[in-house]
Write a protein that binds this ligand. Structure first.
Ligand code: NAP
Length: 371
């Protein structure tokens, strides 16, 4: 019998896609999954996938069930190379998680996040009878001018004042999917900031957690300890995606996956939780410092942060410091109304994130976000 997968997942070798794959493997969906993976051949793709899933502690017996037919070797930057793959014909559901999720100026941001996603969606719309196409947007695509808390489904159109090329690309992809493919059963899931895992801390990925480590090591950052940040763990994000995937009827087409007013934490609370987790005291000597002031500390970066590229550290402080000061909170009423529970606050697992980051240089952890 030919393998007829039902669910195409892109980005499974990444943080969120990996968390979703780890969540789906113990369910009956496991053998419906087709994974789009960048790899020269299926064996390599399967090995890459298994590597990521082990970081999410997926048991070996579940990994052993995965088979080579579930790997579709392909790149969003060259959809023509895999568009005719016969396995795509049976796809009904899609979770489009692949993206260049970089705060840097990666040359592939636009070709992948916009052109590649659009090309894939066109092919799938033409070839498949799609039931649901979940696209991972980002809550930060709302732009600087957004009201707080940012409403789900918020769209300022041409007035959007984008944070970064990455957030602009995510906005553009969503807009073009809607405009060019009105028949696509599109649901956009917009996570806020995904940090760590409630059970495995930073073992699956250290993405963005290094920001808190950096501030703690420098005893300063361009925000106050009272500023709040909207963070969710990867496992909560995966659970929400599964809900959006499995639920027969959804009330809306855009959802935040976010902490919202109820679970957003202040930087001070997060630092206290990190300190508790490693038996240290919270920062008592923290000072709000601008990027220019932190830049004056450059000669001490190596001593405070360990080996690092000063230019990248300063660039990171500019991007994240800018964002941290804005106190952006993303409303999650729609998602909660669909039946999702509130997320655990970062303070409940920040200590674990810190413990699982031990032995990893801050500069090393930053590579998750500066590829
Ligand atoms: N993490 C967050 O805080 C956050 C917040 C809001 C929204 N999001 C969105 O959530 C999604 C997943 O983010 P993430 O944090 O999981 O990112 P990630 O860890 O960087 O993973 C990105 C994934 O996309 C794949 N990919 C990149 N370029 C590709 C291409 N040309 N063709 C095929 N696959 C490609 C990567 O494959 P390789 O392994 O081959 O590189 C990887 O599997 C993204 O759409 C992102 O915009 C993330």
């Amino acid at each position: 019998m030919p393998f007829k997968p039902r669910l195409l997942l892109t980005g499974a070798s990444g943080f969120i896609g990996g968390a979703l794959a780890a969540r789906l493997l113990p369910t009956e969906r496991w053998n419906q999954l087709l994974f789009l993976i960048r790899a020269p051949h299926r064996e390599d793709g399967l090995a890459r996938l298994a590597h990521v899933l082990r970081r999410h502690q997926v048991p070996e017996e579940l990994l052993d069930r995965l088979h080579l037919e579930q790997i579709l070797c392909g790149d969003l930057n060259n959809v023509d190379a895999w568009r005719d793959d016969p396995r795509l014909a049976s796809i009904q559901d899609v979770v489009s998680s692949a993206a260049v999720a970089s705060f840097g100026n990666h040359p592939s941001i636009w070709p992948t996040n916009v052109d590649g996603v659009l090309a894939m969606a066109r092919v799938l719309s033409a070839r498949c009878r799609l039931r649901r196409f979940i696209h991972l947007g980002t809550a930060m695509a709302c732009g600087r001018q957004a009201p707080l808390p940012v409403p789900e489904g918020y769209d300022a159109g041409e007035d959007t004042d984008h944070f970064l090329e990455y957030t602009a690309s995510k906005y553009e992809a969503e807009s073009l999917l809607r405009a060019e493919l009105p028949e696509l059963p599109l649901v956009v899931a917009r996570p806020s900031i995904v940090v760590g895992h409630t059970r495995y801390g930073c073992a699956p990925s250290g993405s963005i957690f290094w920001v808190f480590r950096l501030a703690r090591a420098l005893r300063s950052f361009p925000c106050t300890l009272n500023d709040r940040i909207d963070v969710v763990p990867a496992d909560y994000c995966a659970e929400a995606l599964q809900l959006l995937l499995d639920k027969e009827q959804l009330q809306h087409r855009e959802y935040h996956i976010s902490a919202g007013e109820q679970r957003a934490c202040t930087f001070g609370e997060i630092d206290a939780a990190i300190a508790r987790g490693i038996g240290e005291a919270p920062m008592h000597d923290y000072q709000v410092r601008s990027l220019a002031q932190i830049s004056e500390m450059q000669s001490r970066f190596k001593e405070l942060l360990g080996p690092c590229n000063r230019r990248i550290v300063l660039r990171a402080i500019r991007s994240y410091g800018d964002f941290a000061q804005m106190g952006m909170i993303f409303d999650n009423t729609r998602l909660l109304a669909e039946g999702m529970a509130l997320p655990p606050p970062l303070t409940s697992y920040a200590g674990l994130c810190q413990r699982t980051s031990r032995g990893t240089l801050i500069a090393e952890q930053m590579k998750f976000d500066y590829k």
